[in-house]
Design a protein around this ligand. Structure first.
Ligand SMILES: Cc1ncc(COP(=O)(O)O)c(C=O)c1O
Length: 366
């Protein structure tokens, strides 16, 4: 059934349960927002179409714009960089700690310039990044921290969930993420004002919201906006996935530890450390010599390996912001993502690790 706005008001039993005090159903994405709010223990969460939209709207909410520099690791998905460019700001690429593929507070501090408006740490593979030691210094300089937590839904930073530390945080709920909506994203704003900006931006700049508009004949377009609302269909998927999230998180940790144990005897393989006791792992990444040959050999054995990610400072689109980043470039040549998701079995992991061993032997012998 569709409302007069063309938005579905009821698509499934989950949607039908989404009702306010009155009998009028609210948009199901509001229920998914409330589910995330309850899970994280935060005041608010704003659902959008993707992790990229979350990063874009978070940058707008933090008032980052033309002339501003944003500190970002080159080792991230290109979406992080495109979001920075989409607000007219420029990326300042920095190095990562080779053991974790994440930035640390020293690397961030060294990169701060007079033009820095924000820092975007990427919580690589699900690992939290603690910029606590430099928070007050960044605050004093008016530098916002906007976490790209696309990989890290459910992970913890110390004793608090990522997203619940008071930092502007962006999640992706894409198809292979820790929590999926099929396609979706969420911003955890720092203030009600930031939440308002993101809610208005995701609705083409229109206020009031669709739910509030039900009884009025007019609306106002108050500013810039895009079509960034999370669809009811995607929101409903997320709502159901949230119910099973703790079990999925437990399985992901267990499978990551199983990989760790199985990989330990392989002397030329280094596991990228996700801090599994605090993280909900999104990736299981290793570093290997002759990565391209090992990759090809595993693909021939029908093992679905990948590379997350080719460094961004080497991409043609971002050449204007190239810097010399040797640790990132070396990582870019060695990293290999092993198949990883909560539906793997221990037998699957045995097969992957045996195939990896064979691939390393054949590469060494060639
Ligand atoms: C680190 C990182 N940032 C941002 C994104 C963008 O998220 P989405 O694909 O939901 O737009 C992704 C997606 O894979 C990602 O891995």
């Amino acid at each position: 059934m569709a409302s007069s706005t063309g938005q579905p008001t009821s698509t499934s039993s989950s949607v039908r349960t989404v009702r306010r005090g009155s009998s009028r159903p609210t948009h199901v994405s509001a229920a998914t927002e409330r589910g995330v709010v309850a899970f994280l223990g935060v005041d608010d969460a704003v659902a959008v179409t993707s992790g990229t939209a979350a990063l874009h709207t978070a940058l707008l909410a933090a008032k980052v714009g033309p002339g501003d520099e944003v500190i970002v690791p080159s080792m991230t998905f290109c979406a992080t960089v495109q979001a920075i460019l989409s607000v007219g700001a420029t990326p300042r690429f920095i190095e990562i700690n080779p053991a974790t593929l994440c930035v640390d507070h020293q690397l961030v501090l060294e990169a701060v310039t007079a033009a820095t408006a924000a820092v975007m740490p990427v919580l690589f593979g699900g690992r939290a990044v603690d910029l606590g030691p430099i928070h007050s210094e960044l605050d004093e300089r008016g530098i916002a921290v906007i976490e790209d937590a696309a990989h890290a839904f459910g992970s913890s930073n110390g004793t608090r969930h990522v997203g619940a530390t008071g930092t502007l945080t962006c999640f992706s709920f894409g198809p292979v993420k820790n929590l999926t909506c099929g396609q979706g994203g969420m911003v955890i704003p720092r203030t009600p004002q930031e939440a308002d900006v993101i809610r208005r931006t995701r609705l083409l700049g229109v206020v009031p919201s669709q739910d509030e508009r039900a009884n009025t004949t007019n609306y106002r377009v108050e500013g810039f906006g895009l079509r960034y609302q999370l669809s009811a269909l995607n929101a409903a998927i997320g709502l159901v996935q949230l119910d099973g999230f703790q079990a999925a998180a437990h399985t992901r940790r267990h499978l990551w530890r199983t990989y760790r144990e199985a990989l330990a005897p392989l002397d030329r393989v280094t596991l990228v450390d996700v801090d599994v006791d605090h993280a909900v792992p999104h990736l299981c990444q290793i570093r290997v010599p002759h990565r391209d040959e090992v990759f090809a050999s595993l693909r021939r054995r029908d093992i679905g390996v990948g590379v997350h990610y080719p460094p961004n400072h080497l991409q043609p689109a971002f050449a204007a912001w190239h810097r010399c980043l040797p640790a990132t470039e070396r990582a870019g040549e060695e990293i290999l993502s092993l198949p990883f998701h909560q539906h793997l079995t221990e037998t699957d992991i045995d097969r992957v690790v045996n195939s990896l061993e064979q691939a390393l032997t054949s590469v060494r012998g060639s």
